[in-house]
Design a protein around this ligand. Structure first.
Ligand code: 5AD
Ligand code: SF4
Length: 465
């Protein structure tokens, strides 16, 4: 007799890699008899995929566990079991502490142990609780089951695909090298096989993920190594891959083949997410970024030479220990010079175990707040200007889902913003040409264009003039 179906409710916090990981955990749990549910009340297993990048994100975990404990007690009173599993970067960084502080948690699993999740659940059933936060030699991607089409179909025509995980760069403020471990690249044939499976499941846009995605250097299947540029060229040859994106890049890992991919591949969207964190050389040094402001501008300038429709996004941290008014002014100058399409900006948050957390020359909270406000105002103005610059232009939109209003569908521009259009639902899953007519705060509105005026996304210029 086959096992009765159990239900797993997965809640994902944090980055896109966590979204991808949650899908892979659902894949890993399926052979153990678990189906995903969107209703937490129905769940036999509640799995929280956590984020440790800033204090606010990781603090959420304990309050969330508190709420789950109440639900677990209610279920127990009604004669039902509910297992609680904590995954992700908080599990990795604070696993033992979680077990100590939260007796209701049954399983703790770090990002390198997801393929062992069914075993951990079994172990917890036998022994009461189980934890796995080892960085073993074992590559989880060799053991996770093949990506299940059902996971991708649920997400529509766009999917994430992790190609590289971890980071060896040790920026002063960042927990990633401690939670995700050292940089590991998946072999190219494994990635191509996963991309083909995604396409067969109806996916046509793939976003390649890695904490240092452009440092990718996976085995190419014929004895050598492939770069991210090589991988993009190979993925673009797969029939049905209509759009490619990748995130997140480091300025020091840009390479010739990657520039060539931007020049030659029509599938590759003209947006580069290139975090710089600060526009001051002194701060970049303090942050151990190992590049200068000039190095960063050189990347941006070269990209702009290659494509006239190139846009940039970035991450910024204000008020890293030691940041002066002059350092902050330099960040504003960098932003003015680059001109971003959209950005994320954060107030520095001390993370236990990182070198910056040892420093005592902290920036006063009111100064930090003020700097963040000033930076965000400038970035918002740039985003508004970027969106307004698209009005009157025709851009490619990949339609992903129905809109809120009848007759409306929503897709994404090459620059990731949602675009709302009145068009038939049959266009979901296709790329249409849309004439942009107006803008929202972070979104665009338009109508289907039969005769494109200016095609923005595929205009190429000669490289390296
Ligand atoms: N404090 C604030 N922001 C941080 N980030 C990473 N670590 C910290 C921290 N300790 C930001 C960086 C990074 C993004 C993912 O999160 O800008 O690029
Ligand atoms: Fe963290 Fe990115 Fe620096 Fe790596 S390169 S330590 S992931 S901020």
């Amino acid at each position: 007799m086959s096992e009765p179906t159990r239900k797993v409710f997965i809640k994902t916090h944090g980055c896109q890699m966590n979204v991808y990981d949650s899908g892979r955990m659902a894949d890993a749990l399926r052979p153990a008899g678990y189906e995903q549910t969107g209703e937490i009340d129905d769940a036999d297993l509640v799995l929280i995929n956590t984020c440790h990048i800033r204090e606010k994100a990781s603090d959420k975990v304990y309050s969330e566990i508190g709420r789950l404990r109440v639900l677990k007690d209610q279920h127990r009173a009604a004669g039902r079991d509910m297992t609680i599993a904590i995954a992700g970067c908080v599990a990795q960084a604070e696993g033992k502490e979680i077990l100590r502080r939260a007796p209701s948690v049954d399983v703790v699993v770090g990002p390198q142990g997801y393929h062992r999740l069914p075993d951990l659940l079994e172990r917890a059933k036998r022994q009461g609780r189980a934890i796995d936060v080892e960085f073993s030699e074992d590559d989880k991607f060799d053991h996770l089951p093949a990506t299940d089409p059902r996971t991708h179909l649920k997400r529509g025509p766009s999917a994430f695909l992790t190609i590289q995980e971890g980071c060896d760069k040790f920026c002063s403020f960042c927990v990633v090298p401690y939670t995700r471990g050292m940089e590991v690249s998946r072999p190219m044939p494994q990635i191509l096989a996963e991309a083909r499976a995604m396409v067969e499941a109806g996916v046509c846009e793939i976003t390649l993920l890695g904490q240092n995605v452009n440092a990718y250097h996976g085995a190419n299947g014929s004895g050598g190594e492939a770069s991210l540029g090589d991988l993009l060229f190979a993925l673009a040859r797969i029939d049905g891959v209509k759009r490619l994106r990748y995130t997140t890049s480091h300025p020091n890992d840009m390479h010739d083949t990657l520039y060539a991919a931007h020049r030659d591949l029509t599938q590759l969207t003209p947006l580069l997410h290139l975090p710089v964190q600060s526009g001051s050389d002194a701060m970049l040094k303090a942050m151990n970024r190992k590049h200068t402001v000039a190095d960063y501008h050189a990347v941006v300038d070269r990209m702009n030479m290659i494509r006239d429709d190139m846009a940039f996004s970035s991450d910024f941290i204000v008020a890293h220990p030691g940041e002066t008014d002059a350092d902050f002014a330099a960040t504003l100058a960098l932003v003015e010079r680059v001109g971003y399409a959209s950005c994320y900006s954060f107030k520095y948050s001390a993370r236990p175990g990182t070198p910056a957390a040892e420093r005592t020359d902290l920036v006063a909270p009111e100064v930090a707040n003020e700097r963040l406000q000033i930076l965000q105002n400038l970035l918002n103005d740039q985003e508004t200007a970027f969106l307004k610059g698209l009005v009157g232009k025709t851009i490619d939109v990949l339609f992903e889902r129905k809109g809120r209003d009848a007759g409306q569908i929503v897709g994404r521009s090459p620059y990731v913003q949602p675009v709302q259009v009145n068009a038939p639902a049959e266009m979901i899953g296709q790329i249409g040409q849309v004439m942009i007519t107006s803008t929202g705060t972070h979104s665009l509105f338009g109508h289907l264009a039969t005769t494109p005026a200016t095609v923005v996304s595929h205009t190429l210029m000669e490289a390296g003039a």
